[in-house]
Every structure is written in C-alpha cells, then in structure tokens.
Design a protein around this ligand. Sequence first.
Ligand code: AOF
Ligand code: ZN
Length: 367
Amino acid sequence: MQLLNDEYYMRLAIQLAAGATGQTGINPVVGCVLVKEGRIIGMGAHLKRGTPHAEIHALQMAGAEAEGSTAYVTLEPCSHYGQTPPCSDRLIQEKVKRVVVGCSDPNPLVAGTGIAKLRNHGIQVDVGLLETEARQLNEVFNKFIITRRPFVTLKTASTLDGKIASRTGDSKWITNAESRSYVHTLRHRHQSIMVGIGTVLSDDPLLTTRLEVPGLHPIRVIVDSGLRLPLDAKVVVDRSIETIVLTTEEAAATKRDELEAAGVTVLACGAGPKVDLAKAMELLGEREISSILLEGGGQLNGSMLELGLIDKLLMFFAPKIVGGGNQAPDNFQFSGFESMKDAIQLERTQVQQFGEDICIAGYPLYR
Ligand code: AOF
Ligand code: ZN
C-alpha cells in the first residue's frame, strides 16, 4: 500500500507521462497532478507536439480551484515560447502555491529558468523528487535536445547461442509470441525503425506496428548502399507510413529516381561505397527523427555498435540452441577486440522475462 505523500502524487504524474511514450515526437513526455486540501483537482499529460503541455491540461481541469494548490510535474515547467506559451507563467497566473518537480529540463531554452522564474514569484519549488524515474521517461528527448541526433535502441532476437537464424537461414520463429508482440509495442514507441537491405531482401517485411489495438507506425529506414531495394518490396508498395532509404552519393541515379517516383525518400549519406552511418544519424536528426528502433541483421548491428551509435540494447533470448558455426548468422558481425578488457561493456543492465524468453536491457559504455 502506498502512502499518501509527495511521492504518491509524483508517481501518478510519472504514470500519466509514461502512457504517452511514443506519441510526442521530439517533445518529452510529461505528466502533471494538481492537489489541494487532500484532493486531486487536476491531471494532465502532454500528448502531442504542438498541443498544450501537461500543466495546462491539469490547470484547465482545476479551473479556479488551482489557487493555493500544489502541482506535481515530472519535468521542470517551461519558461519559453515554443509552439505553446510558457507553463511557468500560467502556474504563476493561476496562483499555484507550490510546485514539486521530478527533474530539470535539459532543453537549453529552459535549463533551470522555469524553476528560477517560479521561485522569483514566491512559489515554493522542490526539485528532484523521483528524479531517476522522471529522467528515465525521457532518455530519447534528453539526448536529442542536446545533440540533435536520434537515440538508437537496438532490438535483437536470438537463440541462447546468439544466432539470429539457423545455418539454412530459417528464423521463423526464434522468440515466442509474447516477446514478438512486445516488439510491436516498441515499434509504437519509436519514431522510426531501421533495418539493412539484407533483411528486406530475405524477409520482405512490412515493418509496421501490429497490435491488438491500433498503434502508431514508425517511419521505415532502410540502409541500402547499392540501392538494391526492389520496387515491389512491401516497404515500397505499402504507403501507410513514410519509407526512407539511406544510400550513398555514388548510388545509381536512375534507381534513385524510380524509388522517389514510388514515394520513397532517398538520402545520400557520404560519398560511398558504404553508407556513412554517422552522417545518416545527422540527416535523420535534421528530419526531426529523435528515436530509432534498430532491428538490423548482424552486419548493420555490428557496424552501428562499432561506431558507437547504439544508445541502448534490448536483447531477447529464446531458451534454445541452434548451433551452425559460421554458417548461422550472429547478433553482431564486426572484427571485434583482441582482449576481453576492450569488449563493449553494458551498464545499468536489467532482465525481464516474456514467458520462457529473456530480455536483457543495458546501455553500452564506449571508450
Ligand atoms: C513543460 N510541460 O508538458 C512539456 C514541456 O514547442 P513547445 O511549446 O511544445 O515546447 C517544447 C519544449 O517544452 C520541449 O522541448 C521541452 O523543453 C518543453 N516540454 N515542458 O513544461 C510539458 N512537454
Ligand atoms: Zn510547458
């Protein structure tokens, strides 16, 4: 049983924010709970970029009751004019008495100025309640707002011996139905999904979100140095969401024109012969893609890891062993390290089970 205290309301605000993960684009998810005299008088979450912030929804619900209340907000109230006016001004205007903040806003346009403004108007501001949880909600936003580069989450699905197919190429299915449906939730939560051309040629996937209830489709990003993408591939023919092909400046202009005529966006990343993946991150960032779910094959996974472009790993393991040596592809293909001490280490690891499958999450530490 949870105690009725500051933490109780902040947890509620965190839940409200978390529920909107995946639908705010490059904006953070934020939750707000307004409390007065032992009662919740307003609740809100930021639901979509360009629409009101969490605090505004909560204040709207509270109406005149907001005067003298306490606001629990997962993120520092903003102080700038973006697509919407500053929340700190509105909290001051509505005469809120105290504001409890989960974590400060890393956006250079805010970065402490929202908190300072509230304090300058005599509002008590307590910062850092459930800070780790509040910050974790926005790991994508926290990176993007500073670097303008997408946060990349690698998802793999392999046998316990790290194989993503048998030696004959069979891969249906490795993980169980529960794991696979969670992957569709992950697709909903990411702005884009990235695979290599090898995956498209061998599986002809659709790469959309298929769940029990409708979800959002991620923008499809295909890494295809030689523009081998067939015009009749599902990712070209299906128009439910944009498809972006990452290629190089030396790719054949005629194929490029054909793909563009079919509605595909083609981006040249470097001179070639291989796609410059770091440049690709820059170009996707410029298009306001802040999150990528990487579902690559071993080659793309290996290259992305080697370049230090993966921010988080979610590795699903089915409790089976298929063997096959070099003929059966691995999770990662790259030249690797001579010494174990140089291996890429994950930190903040977590384990989750999906039936008999195991998912290991962690953040790679690059030296
Ligand atoms: C808040 N509450 O619910 C959110 C905040 O273009 P705008 O007006 O939507 O502003 C976006 C910025 O505002 C975003 O980058 C982040 O710094 C902050 N988001 N702030 O007080 C909210 N979503
Ligand atoms: Zn705001």
